[in-house]
Design a protein around this ligand. Structure first.
Ligand code: BTN
Length: 268
């Protein structure tokens, strides 16, 4: 496949939504699309504004880590939201976006699953990471930025990450159009977001999510910093917590952001 253009116009033309990605800002290079979207947020940009870059010189991952992706092969984008709901509900948007990206990849014909809470995985390796940031003023959300990094046509995985990370290209042998994937993700997200704000919980997606959960019914290790334990993953509850059943039959709901969960034998 000849490499498709990836710029403001081609991305915009591919997106068919009411508000998600209706306005697209594109740069060949920025520090971080999350930082860029936050600036746009401070400058009054509207709900749904999307900042996309071909390359990030200082991409951010969770827990203060770096997120690196070479130019020409990945999607690095951040969507700006201006929700009316209370700040406490915002972290669930990360799960909403995770499911949306997984659905977008499915639509491209790729069998995807989700590693709780929101890593999108193919063949038990990560293809997408999500970083949500929020600005609150006087107890009200000023804006939320959800940053999405998708390994699309990446042909080599950085040393040391071979067991954990992959790309759509490496798993399928096919090159994908980044415009199309970004558009499908925005379309799925708009639809899921509109359902989310009706209840401010994840009950509407629990079934779809649990069907895609890579660890569903499998043994996991909960990396509780005080007392790690093992159990079987039984899906998420309506707030996005992972329900883990211990050997003695007790069920614990693990909160995202507080502890990590690993497969017993690998990253997933
Ligand atoms: C993770 O650690 O899994 C989250 C990674 C999030 C990366 C994306 S790439 C686009 C956006 N801009 C950033 O600086 N980070 C997010």
């Amino acid at each position: 496949m000849t490499e498709m253009k990836f710029d403001e116009k081609t991305i915009s033309n591919a997106i068919h939504t009411k508000w998600a990605g209706k306005t697209v800002h594109f740069a060949e290079e920025v520090d971080s699309t999350n930082e860029w979207a936050k600036k746009l947020g401070k400058d009054g940009a509207e709900h749904g504004t999307l900042a996309v870059a071909d390359y990030q010189s200082a991409g951010k991952g969770r827990l203060g880590r770096r997120w690196t992706a070479p130019s020409g092969s990945c999607i690095t984008m951040s969507v700006l939201l201006r929700p009316d709901f209370e700040p406490q509900y915002a972290p669930m948007l990360t799960v909403v976006m995770g499911l949306s990206v997984a659905q977008a990849a499915q639509k491209m014909g790729v069998e995807t699953s989700i590693k709780w809470p929101n890593d999108v995985v193919v063949s038990r390796k990560k293809i997408c990471g999500i970083l949500t940031e929020m600005s609150v003023e006087e107890g009200k959300i000023r804006y939320v930025v959800i940053g999405v990094g998708i390994n699309v046509n990446l042909d080599t995985i950085p040393e040391g990450l071979e067991d954990k990370a992959t790309s759509l290209y490496l798993e399928t042998g096919k090159k994908f159009d980044r415009n199309e994937i970004a558009a499908y993700a925005m379309e799925a997200f708009e639809n899921n977001y509109e359902r989310f704000i009706k209840t401010c919980d994840l009950s509407f997606l629990q079934e779809d999510y649990n069907r895609m959960l890579a660890n569903f019914g499998q043994p996991v290790r909960v990396l509780d910093p005080i007392a790690p334990y093992e159990g079987v993953a039984c899906g998420i509850d309506e707030r996005g917590g992972l329900i883990v059943e211990k050997k003695d039959g007790t069920r614990i709901c693990v909160s995202a952001g507080e502890v990590s969960v690993r497969g017993l034998y690998s990253y997933v």
